[in-house]
Design a protein around this ligand. Structure first.
Ligand SMILES: [Fe+2]
Length: 131
């Protein structure tokens, strides 16, 4: 898993959303640090739990903004949020049940959030003026 770096191309142009995306990257880098420093599964699970909580809160914020403005692509955007949360949940379950962290899967999922989701769904949200 490589470290994620904030890139300007991640920007969706809604200050609150961009700020939270940046915070998420910070947490993910923290996770990377934990994996490299101790590899302690309890600690990894704690950090994953924090990431999950922060992402859920972040998605809730976006969904609230979309509902408020009756955003037309709400259903598809929300569905992608749910898929992303399910993916993360699966990774956490593996750590919990089997004591293994699938770093490759985590890396694939993170890449999908940061490259695909931000740049499609979240960017569209802004362009539509629904942010
Ligand atoms: Fe989103």
């Amino acid at each position: 898993m490589s470290l994620l770096q904030w890139k300007d191309e991640f920007k969706v142009g809604i200050a609150e959303v961009d700020h939270e995306h940046q915070e998420l990257i910070g947490l993910i880098n923290e996770l990377h640090g934990v994996i490299r420093a101790t590899g302690d599964l309890d600690e990894i699970l704690d950090t994953l739990g924090e990431i999950y909580a922060q992402i859920s809160a972040h998605f809730a914020l976006e969904e609230k903004m979309m509902r408020k403005t009756r955003y037309p692509a709400y259903a598809a955007h929300k569905e992608d949020h749910e898929t992303l949360l399910d993916d993360l949940r699966d990774i956490m379950d593996d750590v919990e049940d089997e004591g293994v962290l699938d770093e490759t899967q985590l890396s694939v999922d993170l890449n999908r959030w940061f490259s695909d989701h931000f740049q499609t769904h979240d960017a569209k949200l802004h362009r539509s003026g629904h942010g």
